[in-house]
Write a protein that binds this ligand. Structure first.
Ligand code: UDP
Length: 370
């Protein structure tokens, strides 16, 4: 029976795309996951107040890839949603990403205008500049601004999140949140943005909802990997697949302190970042995602941690360092295997957003089934 069946390890978003496409193609699929739920780290659940809780941190879907949006739209309707977080600077919530709007929220009108003029003159309007690029500046005012943003938004947040300074992590990571020379208060400017109207878990459940797909939870992969499957699609950690033979690939992890508060709203927007105080990085207030009504509210307070195998979960691959070389060793071994495919954040050891995980899985399946 295994010879005719595809084994998919991991019931997250990447595994769900693979399973769905194989099943639609008339193939049999067994999906296994060690977690007790589907949807991997995009999993959400409704709590006793009827509020969807993003168990593994705030997930806002956004993409500029129409195929990805159209594909997921087969499984869900959307709550059209723009993330407009706040960051606490000098004890006060202001708009993040740091934009001209933020400058006007923080500084006197005269000073804000001067900074705006200088930024526009140097970079142009509607341009995004990473903080490390902005720091590369000779102008006195822009130097001041760069230092201010670095100190107040990036330095301590990054220390907490990565246990390293912004200049010591991969450039692409802080460049995810550029300084924006415009008044756009949205965190993302992608054409398509939203939250699945009935939650991520419901969307993923629908992707698995096919007579050719069987899903087994609380199931370890090791025994299953010994069998002879038609193909294996592995979205777990690639180093684990190879029994850590070259050493462990490092990750950052998170711990969430989830609290129900007896107030209608706790903060004025879905996510508030706290770069400079406390040991946590951000607080998420879950009812905002789907505009859910309750006289209570649920927040989760997010504490970054080192990933320790067996003790917590993998969240973020630590890309762009010598770890990349270690990953390449595993990749070389992976490429020697027939009919075993690695993908997803953990399989590819890449800091994918959800849309790029879906895009990667869609392209992989297209290639395999062509
Ligand atoms: N970052 C920061 N301060 C902030 C927000 C982000 O220093 O207020 C940096 C930090 O290094 C973080 C990276 O930018 O890890 C990417 O942030 P993003 O919000 O994209 O992270 P994610 O939502 O994926 O955790």
């Amino acid at each position: 029976m295994e010879k005719e069946t595809n084994l998919i390890v991991g019931a997250g978003l990447s595994g769900a795309v693979a399973a769905n496409i194989l099943a639609e193609n008339g193939e049999k699929v067994l999906v296994i996951d060690r977690k007790d739920h589907i949807a991997g780290n995009v999993y959400d659940y409704k709590d006793e107040n009827n509020i969807h809780i993003h168990k593994y941190g705030p997930h806002i879907f956004h993409t500029r890839i129409k195929e990805v949006w159209d594909y997921l739209s087969k499984f869900t309707q959307w709550n059209y949603f723009f993330l407009k977080p706040n960051v606490i600077i000098e004890g006060k919530p202001v708009s993040l990403p740091f934009s001209l709007a933020t400058i006007y929220e923080l500084f006197s009108p005269a000073m804000a205008e001067r900074l705006e003029n200088k930024l526009v003159e140097k970079y142009g309007y509607n341009v995004k500049v990473s903080i490390l690029e902005l720091k590369n500046n000779d102008d006195k005012d822009l130097k001041f601004l760069a230092e201010y943003v670095y100190e107040n938004v990036f330095k301590n947040y990054t220390m907490k999140q990565w246990d390293a300074k912004p200049e010591d992590i991969d450039f692409s990571i802080t460049a995810r949140v550029p300084v924006q020379i415009n008044h756009d208060m949205r965190y993302f400017d992608d054409k398509y943005q939203g939250i699945p109207l009935r939650g991520y878990t419901a969307m993923v459940k629908k992707m698995f909802d096919h007579r050719n797909i069987e899903v087994k939870l609380k199931t370890e992969a090791s025994e299953y990997l010994k069998k002879d499957w038609k193909r294996v699609f592995y979205t777990g950690a690639i180093d684990e697949y190879f029994n850590y033979k070259y050493g462990e690939l490092p990750y950052r992890s998170l711990r969430f302190d989830v609290q129900t508060r007896d107030v209608e709203y706790y903060q004025r927007t879905v996510v508030t970042n706290y770069p400079n105080n406390y040991d946590f990085t951000r607080i998420t207030e879950h009812k905002y995602f789907l505009n859910e009504k309750s006289d209570k509210t649920v927040i989760s307070i997010e504490y970054p941690q080192k990933f320790v195998n067996g003790q917590n979960e993998r969240y973020y691959p630590i890309v762009g360092t010598e770890n990349e070389a270690l990953y390449k060793k595993y990749l070389a071994d992976a490429e020697k295997l027939d009919n075993v495919y690695f993908f997803g954040r953990l399989g590819d050891y890449k800091y994918y957003n959800m849309d790029l995980a879906v895009d990667r899985a869609l392209k992989l399946m297209k290639n395999i089934l062509k």
